[in-house]
Design a binder for this molecule. Sequence first.
Ligand code: UDP
Length: 366
Amino acid sequence: MKFDYLVVGAGLFGAVFAHEAKKCGKSVLVIDKRPNVGGNVYTECVEGINVHKYGAHIFHTNDKRIWEFVNAFAVFNRYTNSPVANYCGELYSLPFNMYTFNKMWGVVTPEEAEAKISEQREAAGIKEPKNLEEQAISLVGRDIYEKLIKGYTEKQWGRDCKDLPAFIIKRLPVRLTFDNNYFNALYQGIPVGGYTKMVEKMLSGIEVRLNCDYLENKHGLDALAEKTVYTGPVDAYFGYKLGTLEYRSVRFENEVLDKPNFQGNAVVNYTDRETPFTRIIEHKWFEFGTQPKTVISREYSSEWKPGDEPYYPVNDDKNGQLYAQYKSLAQKEKNVIFGGRLGEYKYYDMDAVIASALDLCGKELG
Ligand code: UDP
């Protein structure tokens, strides 16, 4: 055995684990089937702009330990996420806050906004929200649900809001203040120079083999190390023998435009049902770019099928039950630890995935 650990996947979970393991004197080999490290936080420089190739990632956390951890690998800028919603050409502030309520209803005070939301909640007669639609209407009323949530969510998840779990919408804050900050987090920012550099720094001094597909040579690769930390899809590991877990995938249509400013904001969500994409990301604004050109990505959400990139786990009952079966197989797997968004089939934010990798380090490395 050459290595103590084989880490499959050079995304955040794998890179954090590998870094900590090396720090504890363990020998580590990291492999990834892609030609680059970073997993889905990978950023690629185009026209001097760091393009978030696998979807926009905005780092935010309430956990000081995690904030200090990432700051050891990158300097974070003061980017604050304030997406704009475009509903058939009408613009609204996100998350739902006094600017949104003022634009929607002309209300000026928090009391007026609250009264409007209560009136719409009561008209809908929802006592205990059972699904995303009911949860959304109880939180912000029917008008906002219809214009800013329904279309976006049904495009994003490819499912009716009545068939989606309520917790998805609870990610979004609702505020009776004039505050367009999307996150309720104490710490927020984008690593200056891009996420790839940050992950490269985590992996410095560690052997990394790229373009290396674990599942194509599982036995040979496992034989290189005492233990394997696997961060790929849990169902793929088991050859999909119990069936496939569902994911939402995203297709990015990237365009370089010969102008310095396309939409004046990093994130614009298209919340109507008719626009086929969910949002447009203008990458330069994550880093206050001054480049003469701009790069935009239109995001088209689709049902995942084999061969696509899996992005969002679909956390409904059916998939939850299937995952529970895979999880019990995973627990029986000797010398293999499953972790991360794909390994645990969990809609993790970046800070949560880092926390989960550090927890594993605590258990595994002592
Ligand atoms: N959402 C919405 N309208 C928006 C933005 C978000 O209805 O303009 C809902 C949608 O259901 C989405 C959920 O809120 O899936 C969580 O959004 P978030 O921005 O956290 O998703 P992510 O950034 O992870 O894609």
